[in-house]
Write a protein that binds this ligand. Structure first.
Ligand SMILES: Nc1nc2c(c(=O)[nH]1)N[C@H]1C(S)=C(S)[C@@H](COP(=O)(O)OP(=O)(O)OC[C@H]3O[C@@H](n4cnc5c(N)ncnc54)[C@H](O)[C@@H]3O)O[C@H]1N2
Ligand code: MOO
Length: 434
C-alpha cells in the first residue's frame, strides 16, 4: 500500500516536532540588535522570532501630547461657546514637538503643534481648522509668541481630552510590548525602537544540512562533460529553506555511501535536520537509500506525483566526539520539480510555522481553462498559470520541467480519484506568485 500524501505530511510533522522544542530552549537564544531593520538580512532582528517576551521599559507616549496642530485650551473655558455666541481667548505661548513641557494660563488658548507636550493646565486641543481664524497668527521671529492682544475665537467647547494623546495610551510602562514567538517585522521593530529597546533575545533559526547527491552534478557555471548536468537542487532548496526561515549548510556529495555518511556525521550536533535530494528510487545506484536505510531512515512510496519516492526517519550517526546521535532526515527525490513540490507539501508549512511565518500558501478554487487528466491512484500536483479570465491553464506533469515551474503562478491539486476533469470544472490551487 502506498502512503497518502496526507499521511506522509503527518509523518514529517511528527519527525520535526521535537525541533520546535529545541528552538524554544533559552540557552540557544541569540541576542541581536534591533537597529530598525536597517542592516542586511541576517544581521539584525528583522524577520527573527522573539524568544523572550519584551515588557515596555517606558510609557508610550511618555508625555501627553497633541494629536493635531491647533490650540490647547481648558474645555471649561469654552463651556458656553456655540455658533451664535463664539468665545474669544487671548493667544498664549506656543509649543512645538520637541519643546519642553510649558504652562497654560487659564482663560487662554496656547498654540500647539502635533507631537508637542500639552502645556500644564490645558486639557484638550481644538484643531486649527475649527478655530476662528482657521490659521495661526503671526508668531513672531521666534515663532513662539503672538503679538500682545492677539486672540482666537471658538464656537463650541471641545470634549475634555479631545485630540490629546495621553501618557501610556499606546503601551504603559511594564505592560507586555511583544509576546514570545512573534515574528519581528517592521511594526514590531518600530515598537521596540519607540520604547528604546535596542537588543532582543530571538530564537535561533532551524539549522538544515542540505545534501544534493548524484555524480552527474556540477556546480552552476562549471564546464559540463558528457552526461553531466548543473546542480539545480542545491540552489533551489537552499533558497526555499532560507525563505522559510532556516539557516542552511550545503554539501554536494558524490554517489558514494561513505562520503554521504561522513558529510552527515560531520554535521551531527550542528544541524537540526538533514534534507537530501536524489538517490531514493529503484535504480542500481541509490546512494541515499543505500547509505541511510541501514542507519534507520525509512524509504517509502507516496501516492503523489511528482514526489512519489520519499525517505524519512532518524539516522543514527556518530558525532565527531564519538557520541551517537539520531538526526532527523527528510530525503526528497532528485528530479528538481519533485524536490520542490515535496518541499512545498512536506517541509515548507512546518518550517515556516517554526519561523513565525504564515505556513500555508494562499489557496483558491478556480475553473480549469481546458480538460485535464491525472493518474487515478495519485494526488497530482501540476504547475499552472491563469489565463485572461482567471481560469487555470495546467502545465505538463513531468518532473524535469523546471523551466515551466519557474514561470508558473499556481500549483494545481488533482487529488486521488479525479482522473478526468472537463474544462470549467473547479480545482484547488495554491498561489506561488508572491
Ligand atoms: N523503475 C523506476 N524508476 C523510477 C521510479 C520508479 O518508481 N521506478 N521513480 C521515478 C520517480 S517518480 C522519480 S521522482 C525519480 C527519483 O529518483 P531519485 O530520487 O533516485 O533521483 P536521481 O535518480 O538521483 O535523480 C533523478 C533525476 O533528477 C536529476 N537530478 C538529481 N539531482 C539533481 C540536482 N541536484 N539538480 C538537478 N537535477 C538533479 C537526475 O539527474 C535525474 O535526472 O526516479 C524515477 N525513476
Ligand atoms: O514522483 Mo517523481 O517525483 O514524479 O518525478
Amino acid at each position: 500500500m502506498m502512503r497518502t500524501f496526507a499521511e506522509h505530511q503527518h509523518a514529517v510533522r511528527e519527525l520535526l516536532a521535537p525541533i520546535r522544542g529545541a528552538l524554544d530552549e533559552p540557552a540557544g537564544f541569540e541576542h541581536v540588535a534591533v537597529l530598525d531593520g536597517r542592516t542586511d538580512p541576517g544581521t539584525s532582528a528583522l524577520g527573527r522570532v522573539l524568544g523572550l517576551p519584551v515588557d515596555s521599559p517606558m510609557d508610550l507616549p511618555s508625555f501627553a501630547n497633541s494629536q493635531m496642530d491647533g490650540y490647547a485650551v481648558r474645555s471649561a473655558d469654552l463651556a458656553g461657546a456655540h455658533p451664535g455666541a463664539p468665545v474669544s481667548l487671548p493667544v498664549g505661548p506656543t509649543s512645538a514637538a520637541g519643546d519642553p513641557l510649558g504652562r497654560h494660563a487659564p482663560g487662554t488658548a496656547s498654540p500647539v503643534m502635533t507631537g508637542a507636550p500639552i502645556p500644564l493646565g490645558a486639557d484638550s486641543v481644538v484643531p486649527i481648522e475649527a478655530a476662528d481664524p482657521p490659521r495661526f497668527p503671526d508668531l513672531g521671529a521666534d515663532r513662539r509668541d503672538a503679538a500682545a492682544g492677539t486672540s482666537v475665537a471658538f464656537d463650541r467647547p471641545p470634549r475634555p481630552g479631545a485630540f490629546v494623546r495621553g501618557i501610556g495610551t499606546d503601551v504603559a510602562r511594564g505592560e507586555r510590548l511583544l509576546p514570545a514567538g512573534i515574528r519581528l517585522g517592521p511594526a514590531q521593530l518600530g515598537a521596540l525602537a519607540a520604547a528604546g529597546v535596542t537588543t532582543v533575545a530571538v530564537r535561533r533559526p532551524v539549522s538544515v544540512l542540505l545534501v544534493s547527491t548524484g555524480h552527474e552534478l556540477r556546480a552552476p557555471g562549471e564546464r559540463l562533460e558528457s552526461g553531466q548536468i548543473h546542480d539545480a537542487n542545491t540552489t533551489m532548496l537552499a533558497a526555499a529553506l532560507r525563505e522559510s526561515g532556516a539557516r542552511v549548510r550545503e554539501a554536494v556529495a558524490p554517489d558514494d555511501t561513505s562520503t554521504l555518511v561522513s558529510a552527515i556525521a560531520a554535521s551531527a550536533g550542528l544541524v537540526d535536520l538533514v534534507v537530501t535530494t536524489g538517490g531514493v528510487s529503484e535504480g542500481a545506484f541509490e546512494v541515499v537509500r543505500e547509505a541511510l536505510a541501514p542507519l534507520g531512515v525509512g524509504f517509502t512510496k507516496v501516492a503523489l506525483q511528482p514526489g512519489g519516492p520519499q525517505g524519512i526517519g532518524l539516522a543514527r550517526v556518530a558525532r565527531p566526539d564519538g557520541d551517537d546521535v539520531a538526526l532527523p532526515v527528510v530525503a526528497f527525490p532528485g528530479n528538481p520539480v519533485s524536490a520542490l513540490v515535496s518541499f512545498e507539501l512536506f517541509l515548507r508549512p512546518v518550517l515556516r510555522a517554526f519561523a513565525g511565518l504564515t505556513p500555508d500558501r494562499p489557496r483558491a478554487r478556480l475553473r480549469l481553462a481546458h480538460d485535464v487528466s491525472s493518474p487515478l491512484d495519485k494526488h497530482q500536483v501540476r504547475r499552472g498559470v491563469l489565463d485572461g479570465d482567471g481560469d487555470v491553464e495546467v502545465g505538463a506533469p513531468s518532473s524535469h520541467l523546471l523551466h515551466a515551474y519557474a514561470n508558473a503562478t499556481v500549483l494545481v491539486h488533482l487529488p486521488v480519484g479525479v482522473g478526468e476533469l472537463p474544462a470549467g470544472a473547479h480545482v484547488d490551487v495554491w498561489r506561488i506568485d508572491d
